[in-house]
Ligand binder design. Structure first.
Ligand code: G3H
Ligand code: 13P
Ligand code: ZN
Length: 313
């Protein structure tokens, strides 16, 4: 069924696993992700960014997600990723999304509180859940200085105050992940102590098993990167979050793990290989089908071996 993330997160927290939140833009990505979830009997979150809304139109995406639910019988949440303002959240709720993110992480703290609270009130009246963000994820290009990144990690006391004052259902935090394919210059490092402290403080404030969200959590599969490069690509120095770190986060309070880059790399790698292997072919079903198949393989591996949501249905 089309569901909110509420029960998903309760079960994930209790079970020490996380639910994958995969960015969708077209039919092949949706089908690849959903086929993997079905094969693993796993609940899944399909999320749509603002630029994906613009690219594919919410009506098309919603209709394809409805079809996927009907075909598989899975519990799927349809989520707005990085909603920038009240209007886009409201629009997505009207289109039938069950969850929205308001990303006010770039705003002044009080402004983030005020805008998040307004969206939470609007959404809750309609049975929809809200994710917000506190702390800033390092940008792809300003990753040079670790200290600079540290300055924007989520403050645990502020996280408690934020959850208390906004009533938000889940919180995305900054502990060292970042968006895109270039996450670390040197060794990968996440601040797990900070994550543990945030959870302890939330518990102490009466927020039991409060679900945390990890953005920028792609692993940047080196096989996919190598395949892209072997078939004419030029992706150098790409590095993601190691699988063991995602396993650890999933066993802690992280209930939602966001992945987009990994799907993009898989799709691109498979399409490039398909073009390379069959230069005379020109049927989109050939190369897009190859992309869909590699996405399925990758997502199945994530569910089974990384985030652990197998049999969460
Ligand atoms: O967090 C960002 C997601 O990877 C979505 O990216 O806005 O290019 O669709 P996008
Ligand atoms: P990645 O770029 O690591 O896939 O992160 C995606 C994300 O956080 C979407 O909100
Ligand atoms: Zn994100």
């Amino acid at each position: 069924a089309l569901v909110t993330t509420k029960k998903m997160f309760e079960k994930a927290f209790e079970g020490g696993y996380a639910i994958g939140a995969f960015n969708i833009n077209n039919m092949e990505i949706i089908q690849g992700v959903v086929a993997a979830a079905k094969a693993q009997n796993s609940a899944v979150i399909l999320q749509v960014s603002k630029s994906a809304l613009k690219y594919a139109h919410p009506k098309y995406l919603k209709a394809m997600v409805d079809a996927a639910i009907e075909e598989t019988g899975l519990d799927i949440a349809l989520h707005l990723d990085h909603g920038s303002d009240f209007e886009v959240c409201k629009d997505c709720i009207e289109y039938g999304f069950t969850s929205v993110m308001f990303d006010g992480s770039h705003l002044e703290y009080e402004e983030n509180v005020a805008q998040t609270k307004k969206i939470v009130e609007y959404a809750h009246e309609r049975g929809i859940v809200v994710e917000a963000e506190l702390g800033k994820l390092a940008g792809v290009e300003d990753e040079v200085n670790v200290d600079a990144a540290h300055a924007t990690y989520t403050d645990p006391d502020q996280a408690v105050d934020f959850v208390k004052r906004t009533g938000v259902d889940s919180l995305a935090i900054a502990i060292g992940t970042s968006h895109g394919a270039y996450k670390f210059k040197g060794e990968a490092k996440l601040d797990f102590d900070r994550l543990a402290t945030i959870t302890e403080k939330l518990e102490a404030a009466g927020f039991h098993n409060y679900p945390i969200v990890l953005h920028g959590a792609s692993s940047v599969d080196q096989r996919c990167v190598a395949m892209c490069n072997e078939y004419g690509g030029n992706i150098a120095g790409a590095k993601g979050i190691p699988a063991e770190m995602l396993r650890k986060a999933s066993s802690m309070a992280v209930c939602k793990i966001n992945m987009d880059t990994d799907l993009r790399l898989a799709m691109t790698a498979a399409v490039r290989k398909s073009f390379g292997d069959e230069p005379a072919a020109f049927d989109p079903r050939g190369y897009l089908g190859a992309g869909r198949a590699l996405i399925q393989e990758l997502v199945e591996d994530k569910i089974k071996n990384v985030i652990g949501s197998t049999d969460s249905m």
